[in-house]
Design a protein around this ligand. Sequence first.
Ligand code: ADP
Ligand code: ZN
Length: 513
Amino acid sequence: MHKTLRKYFGYSDFRPLQEDIINDVLNDRDTFVLMPTGGGKSLCYQIPALLKDGITVVVSPLISLMKDQVDSLKENGVDAAYLNSTLKPAESRRIYEELKRGEIKILYVAPERLTMSSTITLLKSLNVSLFAIDESHCISEWGHDFRPEYRRLNFLKKKFPEVPIVALTATATPKVREDTINQLGIKHGKTYIASFDRANLFYRVRAKKDTYDNLLQYLRKKRGESGIIYCQSRKTVDSLTNKLKKDGFNALPYHAGLKDTQRAKNQEMFIKDRVDIIVATIAFGMGIDKPNVRFVIHYDLPKNLESYYQETGRGGRDGLECECVLFFSHGDRYKIEYFIKQKDKKEERDIALKQLSEMVDYCESNICRRKVLLRYFGEETQEDNCGKCDVCLQPRIEVDGTNDAKLLINCIKELDQRFGMNHVIDVLTGSRAKKITDKKHHLLKHFGQGDMYTKATWLDMTRDMVRQDVIKVEGARYPLLKLNSKSEEVLSGKRMVTFTRSEDDECQADYEP
Ligand code: ADP
Ligand code: ZN
């Protein structure tokens, strides 16, 4: 194993888990490998492929990457080939011949090609010693990149019961994991789960306010370094790229609206360090292996932590530091919510809303970002201070907020629990907006009693109280502030409420639309 690692790949040591996984695969065990992006999954099937008799068939969803993977294997002296729809019939035939002559050790196949009966007949006539299913989470409807053509891979175990399967993914939620294993029929195999902690990534959340100016300032400090800026829409990608170019930055766009050739070219320019910055939608990145990405910026809020983790995971693959900055606003949250509510199926809406609220919690919480991220993947971290996120680096002070909390609770009471966050706070801060005076709420006892804080501060405290469960928000269409038994405990002095604040509180200063 070590000899093969050195000879073909030029590495002297295995990464954590690689050696154990390879041993199991060599012993024909079905294996499920969960490793973060950049963890080194490919070697887990490439080395067994070289050591085993016969052919290893690799299923990979991205036709665009197959050629690169095969080319780089060939450069290392490995006999590899691929079969997909980009090949001309003559080229396919040539590969068929090579396969029959035993001249190919590793064959990459697109899933739709593999499930064709001619391919199955071909494989049946060959000595297939291993199936490797890359990005295997695509088989699960629970995942974020479900692909119908992957679903059909569940026939593999039936058609080729004697051939072991190694399934690999970086998508970790327990549900997807379980579903993938079930679908592929490898329940009796072994599961390997690598740590998802990327120690060289530095996590930061900033308020999405004067965002472009903040971004410029940031990029000026990072001149000459390579980075990715993720946006939610093609339109933002295009306009941001243009602005950056005007401001003297070397940037290119990447999104599904560009012509294939243009997209491939921009990606290549980035990978080969001919351009510093790629401004992209989430269409960019699956399978990208660029070692020296030094920053990953999210200009807009991602839809869930899973995507955020995957996208930031494209940074620092060489092991050196990479900074991950997310610009957060509640406005973005409402935008995403709006789109989620257009979905037809209630189940889909519920899942998406839950995922979004986890994403928002990540941005708002006072807990180490790394801890929140890893917990999402079912992993607990030992230390309380990672030293590499804004929360851990910025000491926070705890303040007694019981009196403020009482004021808010009493105001909600005076309003009969019939109003939302914005309205309650407008009353507290003494707003003379028409909606207040129309209802004669400027005559209430609590009107203006909270004017020692800005509306933004009250919004933060209110959300914090919701998180602490001393008040609640109810109602889907018109969310109203409501009280619970803990609110009463606060009023009667049985329960204290504390708020944590950082010195500059930059992530908190943001208004609701
Ligand atoms: P994944 O598929 O898990 O995202 P890759 O298999 O593409 O990760 O590996 C990520 C990078 O790490 C690649 O550049 C690969 O060559 C490198 N790598 C993998 N295993 C080792 C190892 N044992 N020693 C050094 N580098 C490795
Ligand atoms: Zn931390």
